[in-house]
Design a protein around this ligand. Sequence first.
Ligand SMILES: C[S@@+](CC[C@H](N)C(=O)[O-])C[C@H]1O[C@@H](n2cnc3c(N)ncnc32)[C@H](O)[C@@H]1O
Length: 275
Amino acid sequence: MPIMTTPIFPPQAPGSRPKGARSEREASAHVRNMFSRIAPRYDFLNHLLSLSLDRVWRRRAASKFQRVLRRTNARVLDLCCGTGDLTFAMERVRMKAWRDRGAYRIPMVGSDFAEPMLERAHEKGRQHHRAAVFVASDALRLPFPNACFDLVTTAFGFRNLANYENGLREIARVLKDDGQVGILEFSEPKGGPMAGLFRLYFRHILPNIGGIISGSKDAYRYLPGSVAKFPSRTELAEMMKRVGFVDVKIFSWNFGSVVLHSARMPEQASEPVNN
Ligand SMILES: C[S@@+](CC[C@H](N)C(=O)[O-])C[C@H]1O[C@@H](n2cnc3c(N)ncnc32)[C@H](O)[C@@H]1O
């Protein structure tokens, strides 16, 4: 009789697979420990390894959502916010639009499950007199009610989720009808003159510098591996549509190495009219 084995990761559930993790729970724990370990050097290394382009990408992503950010009553969640750089970039867009208006400010919410990253976000917010609030929570089990946000964003965090489709479902759950989502991620350019150069930098140079400065070689080896295994831009777009998002748009920057997916929840179906 054949021996039946239960796959630990069902084949239909793509998600982050750090080396040695045997279940989604272990994958999440591994990711949380890794980011907690590198938190003290995270910002410094981000800016160094990207030559500060990371700030440009977050600013660009924030500007794509200007319309919703400028609404004084918009509720915004930055998922996997880390040390809060996208949260603050979006807050800057809001502050610019609201200057002189004295509008009531609904604070932006940043959430992450690595508390040492959140402590830094909180400290940066305090130093720069920001209103954003930071909440410890797992992106796959958010502590928010259904349909409460107008915009959910995530920068360089979605790729680390142990189950991408469940991550999208959780985003869809907390978004209001017509609410928007933005997912900013790294991507491996597949062709063109920059593809080889990118691979050399991302797979060899970056892990070495990152490993030496952060003292965590694993973390900076995990980064190129996780980018290589992340669904392609069209696969992610298809997954978003399957979960129920509409108007999926893809913006590609830096020779295709940084990609923003934006989309929205459908507007509420209108009530049938009974004559
Ligand atoms: C590469 S950092 C990105 C941080 C920030 N968004 C930025 O732009 O610099 C990825 C972050 O995602 C967080 N993260 C990964 N999986 C998560 C999950 N399931 N729930 C909450 N946060 C998660 C990590 O703790 C980490 O802080």
